[in-house]
Write a protein that binds this ligand. Structure first.
Ligand code: PEP
Ligand code: MN
Length: 385
């Protein structure tokens, strides 16, 4: 249960949490967050949950945005560019009869899980980049110490961004607004932002949090956190999750089997997407109510000849199409798609495997993102298949 009695501290057993430089600072920040205004109100969270509960079977969720947000983009102008791009991409799916629900990886996507906790450069060892909510992206122990005050900066950035996102009016065939989402990873941020309203607890850092593929173990503090909040919740699922564990996870997170509460986001990679079959089958056989999204990004990352992390458009399309074929064959609705995107003219994902990337146009803080034209192409080819 949420440990409000221990100053909202992240449980020591939580994975992918940073080491903070000063214990006193993180305690201070947790205390302030516990008194801060919610970024999303419990009423709005309920409204989103009801929208999802009542959504037609052929409705689609379009979840788009940065792998990690850049603090320098927490401005009204930059956020407007992002919301306009999300809405433009929504129009690529406008013929969808069940409607489109737009969701940004935005207004709080500031923490990252990493495969290696430390990096060593020139004999100096320091924390891997865990996002701007923990430290600076620059290399070196001076920059990479865990600075709790960054939580306050990211909270302010999220407030600016969330306000701009909320003021955006989407086209009428879209659901009218763009909802916020991010990975609920940094528990020293997420737990103190929980608020109680009419007997229920709400994660007020975002409308629709997700639990990442690396922190979704059944007994993990992240799943425990998600279980005890009333928001709609997504869980990323990848090749190491068994059908039994998926079913167990669904029963734990959504014991009443409420429609709209739980979403699975499958991220297998083009070559392994067929491994999703037994999970979809087990979930359908158990009568589990869950929306299924495809994330065709995170299983398709490779290092190119320049040593840069990238993704091939054809791989992304192939996984998304493969996902839809599996769901249709199992008689389960395709619930949407989750992509990493930016409105900026970057060159991070590639059209051809040997494409030369211009380092000046590779600006992501973590994973390679699709540009709007690239994402448009992915959505069109996915929708046509
Ligand atoms: C992400 O969405 O940026 C991410 C880390 O994904 P996953 O949990 O699927 O690896
Ligand atoms: Mn990512």
């Amino acid at each position: 249960m949420l440990n409000t009695n221990r100053a909202n501290a992240a449980p020591a057993s939580a994975d992918h949490q940073p080491v903070w430089e000063h214990d006193h600072d993180i305690e201070l920040l947790r205390g302030m967050l516990a008194n801060a205004a919610p970024l999303v109100s419990p009423e709005d969270i309920d409204a989103l949950r009801h929208t999802l509960r009542d959504a037609p079977q052929d409705s689609l969720v379009l979840q788009l945005g940065d792998c990690v947000e850049d603090l320098s983009e927490a401005t009204t102008e930059s956020t407007k560019r992002k919301t306009e791009a999300i809405s433009t991409l929504g129009t690529a799916l406008r013929h969808r009869p069940g409607g489109i629900l737009l969701l940004g990886r935005i207004a709080g996507q500031y923490a990252k899980p990493r495969s290696t906790p430390y990096e060593t450069v020139d004999g100096e060892t320091f924390m891997s980049f865990r996002g701007p909510i923990v430290h600076d992206v620059r290399r070196g122990s001076r920059h990479r110490a865990g600075n709790a005050h960054r939580i306050a900066t990211c909270h302010l950035a999220s407030q600016i961004t969330a306000r701009t996102v909320a003021s955006y009016d989407a086209a009428p065939f879209l659901t009218g607004r763009i909802w916020t989402s991010h990975e609920a990873l940094l528990l020293d941020y997420e737990i103190p932002m929980v608020r109680e309203s009419e007997g229920a607890h709400y994660a007020t850092s975002t409308a629709w949090p997700w639990i990442g593929n690396r922190t979704r173990a059944i007994a993990s503090p992240h799943i425990d956190f998600a279980e005890h909040v009333a928001n709609p919740i997504s869980v990323k699922v990848g090749p190491d999750l068994t059908p039994q564990d998926l079913v167990q996870l669904a029963k734990k997170m959504n014991p009443a089997n409420d429609p709209g509460r739980l979403t699975f986001i499958a991220r297998y990679g083009r070559s392994r997407i067929s491994e999703l079959v037994p999970l979809v089958r087990a979930s359908a056989a158990e009568g589990i109510s869950a929306r299924w999204l495809t994330d065709p990004m995170h299983g398709n990352t490779f290092t190119n000849h320049q040593g840069m992390k990238t993704r091939l458009i054809d791989d992304i399309v192939a996984e998304a199409v493969g996902f839809s074929k599996i769901l249709r064959a199992e008689g389960v609705p395709v619930g949407g798609i989750h992509l990493e995107t930016t409105p900026e003219p970057v060159q991070e994902c590639v059209w051809h495997r040997n494409e030369e990337i211009d380092p000046a146009r590779y600006t992501t803080g973590c994973d390679p993102r699709l540009t709007t034209p690239q994402a448009q192409q992915v959505l069109e080819r996915w929708e046509l298949a």
